[in-house]
Design a protein around this ligand. Sequence first.
Ligand SMILES: [Ca+2]
Ligand SMILES: [Ca+2]
Length: 181
Amino acid sequence: MGLGAVMLLACALPAAAQGFEETLGDEITAILKERPDAFRKAAQEVIAGYGRDGRIDVAGIEQMVAIRRAALRATQSRRLLLADLDNDGTISRAEVGAVLPALSASQRPRLLELHRRADADGNGGVDPLELRDFAQDYAESGFDEAKAATYRRVMLADMDGDGWVTMDEVARVVEASRMDG
Ligand SMILES: [Ca+2]
Ligand SMILES: [Ca+2]
């Protein structure tokens, strides 16, 4: 190993750490300093679950947000649709009344409460639009903007700027932040 290589190695670590803040910006630097493991976990989840070829892009993250919210909407809608006995898309008070005896003592007040809250105009029936809005509210509180932002921030690890983030890039920024801190 020549003298040049040794000097290069000696300089490599501080130089990389110094460049790190400049390259990444304040937002990700702060996140990585406070919660590097949470950042890595979010990246892992989004890449493994919703990525392609071990990487994720903006569209993939938005897809994930949409999929997770759709699942929550479906869960909430189902709770009321179980009482749409005539399958006309509206859950009437009479239908809820007919279903109640088949439910357990703890499920009964839950269905009544859901039906009351979903019936936005208070006319006694939960129509398809009311059901859709009710399910959407549930999805947006269960997977809210703050949670979505956690996953969207994974894109901040796109070190080479090609629009994709790999776990390798995530590992590199997490490591760089450790050296920096
Ligand atoms: Ca009905
Ligand atoms: Ca209504």
